[in-house]
Design a protein around this ligand. Structure first.
Ligand code: MRU
Length: 346
């Protein structure tokens, strides 16, 4: 299956405009920082690991034409650019991690000339892309061992190829399990309000020839009650050091339901999603989005009275005690997370 979510091509970012899916698979080309900011804000590119790569490439777009006379002047511009990108979406740790990776490269090479610094920034952004490709494969390898032949897995939002550079996190586990011969069925929560589950997850799983069934978000409990779900696997946008995990709104519901029905609930995420500065979920900023996402179906058909009050957080926080294990690119982390995340990270 060849889906290229995002790449650096001919001096531009080439990415799938995910707002067009599943109706059309369209690539857009971005060579201006402002356009990238909009693409992130509007979820043309989305998913934590993909946002890390996009942010890093965005820094290059923002500084490539800068003509600074001193390192200080360049550093000032770099700071402006990274702050601007950081203001696009607050929750995904990877976005900030991508920006920090670039800042570090600049700090380490402050004696280089402007031409070399720019080259090093692009090189680092491309390295992030390559690393994500490898880390998803590695995560999938660990995760697939938790899956049994014949399992039916419930997932939410899109933590697949479209949310990463390649293969995905939660969906990567499913791709690998299938590759090693396990028969897997997937239920995808449609994921209101922007329908990443039905538009994106169902689309990419169908491309990958995986047996997928879409449900409305409020059908998950019934499925579990009927004994139809063996495991739940979700991605993550930011994981605190105690294991509390922010992911797409509705993930917490699934975790609560899983505990009640005694179904293993897994979070799949690479190291770049962990925020060791966040002690608990309380330290994770949650994005509030445009009320029209809820009032209108995909901004078109009105499904609520115009101007009605809306609550629209893009993410929720699943408390660590509801998470059976975390599937990462460096292995499986089990509770107690407070101890084991620090140990794993050391
Ligand atoms: O608002 P989105 O579509 O960017 O939300 C994405 C998610 O919640 C994903 O589950 C998460 O980023 C993990 S992607 C591997």
């Amino acid at each position: 299956m060849k889906i290229i979510t995002l790449e650096w091509k001919n001096n531009r970012i080439k990415l799938i405009d995910q707002t067009g899916l599943p109706r059309k698979l369209e690539y857009i080309y971005i060579d201006k920082l402002g356009d990238l900011w909009q693409a992130i804000k509007l979820l043309k590119v989305r998913g934590a690991p993909a946002l890390g790569a996009a942010a890093a490439l965005g820094v290059y777009l923002g500084i490539k034409d800068v003509k600074a006379k001193s390192f200080g002047a360049f550093a000032k511009k770099l700071d402006q650019v990274t702050r601007y990108i950081a203001a696009s979406r607050p929750t995904a740790r990877n976005l900030f991690w991508g920006l920090e990776r670039i800042r570090q490269v600049v700090r380490k090479n402050k004696n280089e000339n402007l031409f070399t610094l720019k080259k090093l920034i692009l090189k680092e952004a491309r390295k992030i892309i390559e690393e994500d490709r490898l880390s998803c494969r590695s995560l999938a390898g660990y995760g697939s061992k938790l899956i049994k032949d014949g399992d039916t897995i419930l997932t939410i939002c899109n933590a697949g190829i479209l949310a990463t550079i390649d293969y995905g996190t939660a969906l990567g586990v499913i791709y690998r399990a299938k590759k090693v011969g396990k028969r897997i069925k997937v239920f995808a929560c449609e994921t209101r309000p922007l329908l990443q589950g039905s538009r994106l997850t169902a689309w990419e799983l169908k491309q990958g020839d995986i047996d997928v069934t879409v449900i409305c978000d409020n059908m998950a409990a019934t499925l579990m009650q009927q004994g139809k779900i063996d495991k739940v696997i979700a991605g993550a946008d930011r994981i605190a050091v105690n294991g509390d995990t922010a992911n797409k709104i509705g993930t917490y519901n699934l975790a609560v339901l899983s505990q009640y029905h005694r179904i293993p609930f897994y979070i799949a995420a690479p190291a770049s999603t962990f925020d060791l500065a966040a002690k608990s979920g309380k330290d994770i900023p949650i994005e509030q989005r445009n009320p029209d996402e809820v009032r209108k179906l995909l901004f078109k058909k009105e499904v609520a009275p115009a101007g009605v009050k809306v609550f629209n957080p893009a993410f929720d926080v699943t408390p660590h005690n509801l998470i059976s294990a975390m599937i990462t690119d460096k292995g499986i982390i089990r509770p107690p997370y407070n101890k084991n995340i620090k140990k794993w990270h050391a």
